[in-house]
Design a protein around this ligand. Structure first.
Ligand SMILES: [Zn+2]
Length: 89
C-alpha cells in the first residue's frame, strides 16, 4: 500500500524561530493514504483523521513491509494513532 508521510507544523510558533532547523517546528508526523487519482499526492485525511491540507509532505517512503513508516530522525514525533491505523491495515 502506498502511503504519504506528512509533517504537521506548529504554526503559532514558527514565525518566532526565524530560519533554522525545520525539525524544531514539527508538531507531529502523520501518514496518509496516497490519493488514488493524483500520483504522489496525499488523500484528504491522514490515517488518524486529520486534514492533510496544511501539512507538509516528507520525501520518504518506507523501505518495505515491517520497516518504520516514518524517517528514523522523525520518530520522536511519530503519531501513534497513525501507527495503530497502519498496523491494522
Ligand atoms: Zn496521525
Amino acid at each position: 500500500m502506498a502511503i504519504v508521510v506528512l509533517r504537521e507544523l506548529r504554526k503559532e510558533l514558527s514565525k518566532d524561530f526565524g530560519p533554522g532547523d525545520p525539525l524544531s517546528f514539527i508538531e507531529a508526523v502523520h501518514a496518509a493514504p496516497a490519493d488514488p487519482d493524483v500520483s504522489g499526492d496525499a488523500d484528504d485525511r491522514t490515517f488518524c483523521g486529520k486534514p492533510t491540507l496544511d501539512m507538509e509532505r516528507v520525501n520518504y517512503q518506507p523501505a518495505g513491509p515491517g520497516a518504520p513508516w516514518l524517517p528514523p530522525n522523525m520518530q520522536e514525533w511519530e503519531c501513534r494513532d497513525c501507527t495503530d491505523a497502519l498496523r491494522s491495515q
